[in-house]
Design a protein around this ligand. Structure first.
Ligand code: 5GP
Length: 190
């Protein structure tokens, strides 16, 4: 998606350790129009999948997921990283965080994910694929059908796409911008 690629090249920052900082338009301050356009693009890409619910993880996947859900007229569920006191029955899985270097739990209430749901998972980044595999595990526990995954930014040099293909063969995976390299102050896009 040209608009997102241009923005990454203009405002993204390459940090040591293969991290792309995009907090002026995705991860902290959000460009709402850009996030709307990204949501629109996801709906176009997955139009044939008869999605009934969009799943994301707090916090940075929520903006594009909500716009996609609004356009497709389907609910949006965001998996939580801490158990709220008010949630008694939930599915839980463990995910290794690439940026924080530690494991964390993600959970979804049994009320909001279940058999009969056709799930599109949307997130900000695809790096090593751990978050994506964790979300697929939550769908499996719930008996929901995962029909696709959409990412704003994929870092193709960290193996996430290959990991998803191995674990979930045949699943449709789309990324709106693919970063092929991050150097000392340089960002290379596909
Ligand atoms: P994965 O599980 O695919 O290794 O990493 C995905 C998660 O890690 C994303 O949800 C995102 O929050 C975070 N992440 C991975 N790489 C980056 C990056 O380069 N920049 C930022 N801002 N977050 C990242």
């Amino acid at each position: 998606m040209e608009l997102l690629k241009e923005r990454i090249l203009r405002d993204g920052k390459s940090l040591p350790g293969g991290i792309l900082k995009v907090d002026s338009f995705i991860n902290h301050q959000m460009d709402s129009e850009l996030m709307f356009r990204c949501g629109e693009e996801f709906i176009r890409l997955f139009a044939d999948k008869r999605v009934t619910k969009i799943l994301t993880v707090e916090a940075s996947g929520i903006a594009p997921a909500v716009f996609a859900g609004y356009l497709a007229k389907v609910p949006v569920v965001f998996a939580k990283k801490a158990t709220p006191k008010t949630m008694d029955r939930h599915y839980v899985t463990t995910v290794h965080s690439f940026t924080k270097g530690r494991d964390y739990s993600v959970l979804v209430s049994k009320e909001y994910l279940g058999a009969g749901d056709r799930i599109l998972f949307i997130d900000d980044f695809l790096a090593c694929g751990n978050a994506a595999i964790g979300m697929a595990d939550l769908c499996k526990q719930a008996g929901a059908e995962l029909v696709g995954m959409g990412f704003l930014v994929e870092k193709s040099f960290q193996g996430g796409r290959e990991k998803i293909a191995e674990t979930l063969p045949g699943l449709k995976v789309e990324s709106l911008a693919i970063v092929t390299g991050l150097g000392d102050g340089t960002i290379t896009l596909a």
